[in-house]
Write a protein that binds this ligand. Structure first.
Ligand SMILES: [Zn+2]
Length: 315
């Protein structure tokens, strides 16, 4: 076994057995173990699950009914204008000029919130994405995205976005592809969970469905490997303790999920949120510390659950 970043075998050590969020997902993520490269501070599963099995998981299971990542049509707008998305825009505009962008590509876009918001700020932007989830595909089309999974168009882009996607992949070869479609002097904006297994992260309640585990240092090593210039790397988001609290709650709620099981409770909760005026939600959230922490803008703090980076691609 070698490290996918530095190709070294001596620096690899066993970390822990893989932990499941949802018992049913054992079908897809069985008998995995987590290893880490001490030189790159990068961790990964071994053996990796079969690619076809994982593709099937993301096309049909990941966002299906009653699961944590199900998205309801009526909450799309609330999600679009969430504190998290506003924060992405603030962060991006600190480092690059949105008015100069002509093409934005979102790899593993989900519903493509950030690109869609950027295209509202600059109408010249052409949106491209790569996303295989069937629910997200419909939304992406309505938001003006061309999905390269279906179109096979060859593009060259000014900005690549990939938010909370890389950790779902089984290798890092995607960086070759991203470098390929990046225009000279273009930017890559990445965000993933910050997984410091030699620190607090070792006590995480679950791993699935993540397969790769990044840190600040591993982002620096990746930039080195692929010849990207680091514009910024920052830890951000709520504290790891608050994250673990949310993860434990989620595991309690979803661990026994089974397919085709409609959750009336979850649906009603979303419906109530939709019909509740914003000012009441704000009061509710101020009483519910954990819910508000998710939207907190904490940047460059040591104890944060995410790591983000902006790379510049020179060719
Ligand atoms: Zn390494």
């Amino acid at each position: 076994m070698i490290c996918p970043i530095c190709n070294n075998a001596d620096s690899i050590k066993f970390i822990d057995n893989y932990k499941l969020h949802i018992e049913y997902d054992k079908e897809f993520f069985k008998n995995l173990k987590i290893y880490s490269c001490s030189s790159c501070d990068f961790s990964f599963c071994h053996p990796m699950p079969d690619r076809k099995l994982i593709d099937n998981f993301y096309s049909n299971i990941y966002r299906s009914s009653g699961r944590p990542h199900q998205i309801f049509d009526f909450s799309l707008n609330e999600l679009l204008y969430s504190g998290r998305n506003k924060n992405y825009i603030q962060y991006l505009t600190t480092f690059l000029n949105i008015n100069k962008l002509e093409t934005v590509f979102d790899f593993g876009s989900g519903t493509g919130d950030l690109g869609f918001l950027l295209s509202k700020l600059n109408k010249k932007i052409n949106l491209y994405c790569e996303e295989s989830d069937n629910f997200s595909k419909k939304i992406l089309t309505s938001r003006g995205y061309t999905n390269l999974i279906d179109s096979k168009e060859k593009i060259s882009t000014d900005l690549i976005i990939s938010l909370h996607t890389l950790e779902h992949l089984s290798d890092i070869t995607v960086f070759e592809k991203l470098k390929d479609i990046a225009k000279p002097e273009s930017y890559i904006f990445l965000e993933v969970p910050n997984c410091e297994f030699d620190g607090k992260f070792i006590d995480r309640p679950y791993d699935s469905p993540h397969l790769l585990f990044f840190t600040k240092k591993s982002f620096e090593r990746i930039a080195q490997k692929y010849g990207f210039e680091v514009i910024d790397i920052a830890l951000n988001g709520m504290s790891v303790n608050d994250l673990f609290f949310d993860m434990r709650e989620s595991k309690k709620r979803f661990y026994k999920w089974r397919p085709n099981q409609f959750s009336l409770k979850l649906y009603l909760k979303e419906l109530i949120r939709f019909f509740t005026p914003n000012f009441i939600m704000k009061v509710y959230k101020s009483y519910n510390a954990k819910a508000s922490n998710l939207n907190d803008y904490r940047l460059n703090v040591n104890d944060a659950w995410c790591v983000r980076a902006i790379f510049k691609v020179h060719k």
